[in-house]
Design a protein around this ligand. Structure first.
Ligand code: DC
Length: 666
């Protein structure tokens, strides 16, 4: 995946439609580990494909598990509790859901079977605490070495050593519930006798423990519990694969679409598939918070429908301990409220992917909001006087996703602003297609969708420049020449007289055109190669002189103006099709340079060519394109001129991106 440095969101106006959520991160990584510890094969369906599950899968392979992946189905052949590899170095990225349980499982397996395992991650992972878990495991008799700062990864887990299973294992529950989850997942591996786990301090994020217990039950382990204070793994517990298991949609990810419904589903609801009233995940209770802020929510077993109720939303004060991840979304909804919103009991935010209280406060303030924060709370005031802002995302997927909701500011104020999300690819941690999914259900005024036009004569390098600029900004690309080429080709195939503009225009609505992966299809036929041929270019130039043909293709070109933006190349993009474009570039290069470029292009494709002939053809086409009466080739008045005869592609791209940045409000 090409990583764009930022994604600009123009003002968004509404939302409706259906989204399918990716699999839950918490469930995916627990299920993968459980399958790996069980005996035999487990087929895991609807698994989340993300950075965090990828590091878990890599770790399981390194430990000798059989892993076979086919789309979102993964088949795991488990270890049956026996270490196949006695040594491994596991890199776990920034995945807490891999780091904590693998540490516990490998520590007890190394203690009973011998071995040496190193676990490490990215720099931020080495700042995320694990000391309480390490203390608990050491208390049990595991041998764990700090390889960096004590209390933080990286760690070395070594054995054999003697485990004291007769005394209760004590673990703190007030920093991260993942420590308790890690012990609950690891200790069934050594349960020759009843093992008692006692929680010290008030257990936070209890719903995540519910997920752990429910999944343990699916894999044959019936944990006995005394409230939230003590848990007993019965003697003789053994992991048994359920054979096949389905991963629910991610309830934390659902929060962005629930909020979207509350803010922007004005005429029809947003339907969310993959989580619902029967979900195992505590974060579905986010819907109660959203409803308290004004959302109208309907829930089925595995779906939700949300639409706007109260508007503005209603500010509230809420203890968010039970929905720590989803609660970040409330902090953004608060901007659209009628009064302050205070979220309390969220100390765990400070030890997540980033210090989330600080991050949310800093970024909300950039938009103009008034925000106060304390050690374990945040208060956000409603915002009406919005400022365009560039949002830093701290390599935290949830910061990126919840700030996308700020693009609806035009629904609460007359002076709508754009929002820039920096490093948007960080959403890959749990929701790689987040922005595409969002764009699929939102509406926008076409005039707000940014457009860059690149016009110029044939073989000036417009196509390459447009593709590269589009890639750098994450924008779609319109190669308008391809539309004239297709029209010319189809007219010729239909035996039409190319001088009869009305007849040629009449076939445009009948063309079954589609664009997939940079290729152009006419019906089922991939005509991309045919379109690029010189002969087709000539046909295009002939049909392009007719006003009826140009009119017939006009709307088709406008339809390319879609989120998050468009780079359009051709002859009249800046003059006739997108006269309101945010940036217009007119690209030129000397006829000699262009003829040489086209010559090299043809030769590289194994097509024989002759430079002087090519140059004559180019000049003839330039003449026709310039002198026709309908949309002649000429720079728009407000176009930036770019002669790239002596420029590399990178230099031209940088120039266009530089102009673009100058025009942005950030
Ligand atoms: O950019 P190209 O070589 O693919 O364009 C082929 C012909 O189509 C070109 O000679 C003129 C015509 N054309 C046009 O008239 N208007 C456009 N926007 C794009 C192409």
């Amino acid at each position: 995946m090409f990583k764009i440095p930022f994604l600009d969101l123009p003002p968004l106006r509404g939302a409706a439609g259906t989204v399918r959520l990716p699999g839950s991160k918490s469930i995916s990584n627990r299920v993968l580990l459980l399958a790996a510890l069980s005996e035999g094969r487990t087929v895991v369906r609807d698994l989340l494909a993300s950075d965090d599950t990828a590091v878990m899968l890599e770790a399981l392979k390194a430990l000798g598990c059989g892993v076979a992946q086919d789309g979102d189905t993964v088949s795991i052949v488990g270890l049956g509790g026996k270490l196949l590899a006695k040594q491994a170095q596991l890199f776990l990225g920034n995945a807490g859901t891999a780091m904590r349980p693998l540490t516990a499982a490998l520590a007890v397996l190394a203690a009973t079977q011998g071995g040496s395992f190193e676990v490490s991650g990215v720099a931020r992972m080495h700042e995320r605490p694990i000391g309480d878990l390490v203390d608990a495991l050491r208390g049990l008799g595991c041998s764990i070495e700090d390889l960096g700062q004590p209390g933080y990864p990286p760690l070395r887990l070594r054995g054999p050593s003697t485990l004291a299973l007769g005394t209760p294992v004590r673990v703190r529950g007030d920093v991260s519930s993942q420590f308790l989850t890690a012990l609950l997942l690891a200790l069934p591996l050594v349960a020759e006798r009843d093992i008692r786990i006692e929680v010290i301090g008030e257990l936070i994020s209890k719903p995540y423990i519910e997920i752990t217990l429910a999944l343990l039950a699916r894999f044959g382990i019936g944990v006995k519990r005394e409230g939230w204070q003590a848990f007993v793994i019965p003697a003789g517990s053994r992991y048994r694969s359920p054979g096949e298991i389905f991963v629910e949609g991610d309830a934390s990810s659902a929060s962005y679409f629930v909020a979207l419904g509350a803010i922007a589903a004005i005429d029809a609801p947003i339907r969310i598939e993959g989580v619902g009233s029967e979900s195992l995940q505590g974060d579905v209770r986010f819907i109660e918070a959203a409803a308290a802020m004004g959302a109208v929510v309907q829930a089925g077993p595995n779906w939700l429908e949300v639409r706007r109720g109260a508007w503005p939303l209603k500010g509230l004060t809420l203890d968010c301990n039970h929905i720590p991840d989803a609660a970040m979304t409330l902090a953004v909804m608060a901007l659209y409220a009628d009064g302050p919103t205070t979220l309390t009991n969220i100390a765990s935010w400070r030890v997540k992917e980033t210090d989330r209280i600080a991050a949310m406060a800093t970024e909300l303030k950039k938009l103009g909001a008034q925000v106060d924060e304390g050690p374990d709370w945040i208060r956000v005031q409603p915002l009406r006087d919005w400022q365009a802002a560039s949002i830093h995302t701290y390599d935290d997927h949830r910061v990126a996703m919840c700030f996308s909701l700020t693009a609806f500011n035009g629904l609460i104020t007359d002076r709508a602003v754009s929002v820039r999300i920096l490093e948007p690819h960080c959403v890959a941690k749990t929701f790689p297609d987040y922005f595409e999914t969002l764009f699929g259900v939102v509406s926008v005024n076409a005039a707000d969708v940014p457009v860059i036009t690149i016009d110029g004569p044939t073989a000036s390098g417009k196509g390459t420049l447009a593709d590269e600029v589009g890639k750098a900004l994450g924008f779609g690309v319109l190669d308008s020449g391809a539309l004239y080429r297709v029209t010319g080709l189809a007219a010729r195939r239909a035996g039409l007289d190319l001088d009869d503009g009305e007849a040629v225009a009449a076939i445009v609505p009948t063309l079954e055109l589609s664009f997939r992966d940079g290729q152009v299809f006419l019906g089922k036929e991939d005509v991309s190669a045919r379109l690029r041929a010189e002969a087709t270019g000539l046909l295009a130039s002939q049909v392009a002189v007719h006003p009826p043909v140009r009119r017939a293709l006009h709307q088709l070109q406008l339809d390319f103006r879609r989120l998050p933006g468009l780079v359009a190349d051709g002859r009249d993009m800046g003059t006739a099709i997108f006269p309101d474009a945010d940036l217009k570039v007119f690209l030129t290069a000397s006829a000699a340079t262009r003829a040489e470029r086209r010559y090299k292009q043809l030769i590289s494709k194994g097509i024989s060519a002759n430079i002087s002939g090519l140059r004559e053809d180019l000049e003839a086409r330039d003449e026709r394109d310039k002198n026709r009466s309908a949309s002649p080739l000429e720079p728009a008045q407000d176009a930036q001129m770019l002669d790239n005869s002596a420029l590399t592609i990178e230099a031209s791209v940088d120039q266009v991106l530089g102009w673009w940045q100058q025009r942005r409000p950030f």
